[in-house]
Design a protein around this ligand. Structure first.
Ligand SMILES: Cc1cc2nc3c(=O)[nH]c(=O)nc-3n(C[C@H](O)[C@H](O)[C@H](O)COP(=O)(O)OP(=O)(O)OC[C@H]3O[C@@H](n4cnc5c(N)ncnc54)[C@H](O)[C@@H]3O)c2cc1C
Length: 343
């Protein structure tokens, strides 16, 4: 496993559970890049029925992880999807046979720090992924992660060779799951992964006392006055908001600082206008790199004994990816892509 984010750790833990030896290389501390922070949105709701089905499988597997961890890993608050495109997402949930409901603005079923502007989709299986708990569970279950940068990966006649630091090790198979490091590592074994990056920042704001005590997560799909956002309860008393900021304002070449400034302005303006239950005063932020050419979806590529996985919003699929990737590492198969960016 090259990469000790949530994907690499999930695959490592599953391989170990099946009695297969596995080594996870991580250049930093585990889950310190795209998997950093304390919380994420879980939802069955997606634009595509296959993604809804995969999320439903992942939800069940999260429950199993929670039993092993001795603590629930998802806060069962539900997720609301607002915006004109929400009807299409409801259709995808219906096609996948997933429980859902369309609710009108003002419905007593809504528990949000601000109003929705039109009919919204209620996904009762959604909730807040407790990243802090997932990290503790995975790090304990994965055992020792090799804290070193994997420099090269190459196929040999009998397997795969990984050079990391001063060590060279041979394996039967390798999985590249290195997040922002994936395109370079994959290119070295002849696999083409979209390399584009942009900056993304999620900000946290204090919840006002009048906000509902156990708010649902909220995804807004964009429209007049709405840049497209994801929102959820984060650290106690805070509400996290990330927005789809105009590409020109978060382009890679602008640098992180300028992108963070532009993102803060967009998100704070949105909070001030749309969320009366939230103070428009950011108290925390979580930065990550993001690939603008990808959206919700899972992509798998294989070259011989090396499998590459990439995609966006992978946290909600972590236990499912663990199963799928472990199986593929063992039997040499290539899992099927899902979502909009199929190869
Ligand atoms: C602010 C924010 C909000 C998000 N919201 C959601 C959400 O609500 N729901 C959701 O499902 N997802 C969400 N995501 C996305 C989700 O968190 C990521 O898709 C997921 O964590 C990616 O995990 P990963 O293991 O692929 O990548 P990473 O966590 O980045 O792990 C890759 C690891 O590989 C390591 N690495 C790279 N190169 C090398 C090398 N050569 N040698 C050794 N190690 C290497 C890196 O150090 C890194 O730790 C969000 C992400 C962020 C940052």
């Amino acid at each position: 496993m090259i990469g000790g984010g949530v994907v690499g750790l999930s695959a490592t833990v599953e391989l170990l559970r099946r009695g297969t030896e596995a080594v996870c290389y991580e250049r930093d501390t585990p889950m310190a890049e795209r998997s950093a922070g304390d919380s994420r949105v879980f939802r069955l709701a997606h634009a595509y029925p296959d993604m809804v089905e995969l999320a439903a499988r992942s939800r069940r597997l999260y429950a199993g992880w929670g039993e092993r961890a001795g603590v629930p890993l998802i806060d069962d608050v539900g997720t609301v999807v607002g915006g004109e495109a929400a009807g299409g997402w409801a259709d995808a949930m219906a096609a996948a046979g997933a429980a859902h409901e369309i609710v009108e603005p003002g419905s007593p079923l809504l528990r949000l720090p601000g109003p929705v502007t039109g009919p919204a989709l209620l996904d009762p299986s959604g909730g807040v992924i407790r990243v802090d708990r997932v990290r503790a569970f995975l790090v304990a279950a994965a055992g020792a992660v090799r804290q070193v940068t994997a420099e090269t990966i190459e196929e040999t006649p009998t397997g795969v060779r990984v050079v990391a630091g001063t060590a060279t090790d041979d394996f039967d198979a390798a999985l590249i799951c290195a997040g922002a490091g994936t395109p370079d590592l994959a290119a070295a074994v002849g696999v083409d992964v979209p390399p584009a990056l942009e900056h993304h920042v999620r900000f946290s704001f204090p919840l006002r006392p009048q906000a509902p005590p156990s708010p649902q997560c909220l995804i807004t799909l964009g429209g007049p006055g709405d840049p497209g956002t994801y929102q959820h309860r984060a650290a106690p008393g805070t509400w996290a908001v990330g927005a789809d900021v105009a590409p020109a304002a978060v382009a890679w070449d602008l640098g992180r600082e300028a992108a963070e400034r532009a993102s803060l302005a967009v998100v704070t303006d949105y909070v001030a206008r749309e969320l009366p239950g939230v103070e428009p005063r950011a108290v925390d932020r979580l930065y990550c790199t993001h690939n603008p050419d990808l959206s919700d979806g899972l992509q798998f590529l294989r070259r011989g004994r090396v499998l590459v996985v990439h995609g966006e919003n992978l946290f909600k699929f972590a236990p499912l990816l663990g199963e799928i990737l472990a199986q593929a590492c063992i039997d040499g198969s290539t899992p099927a892509d899902a979502g909009p960016n199929r190869h």
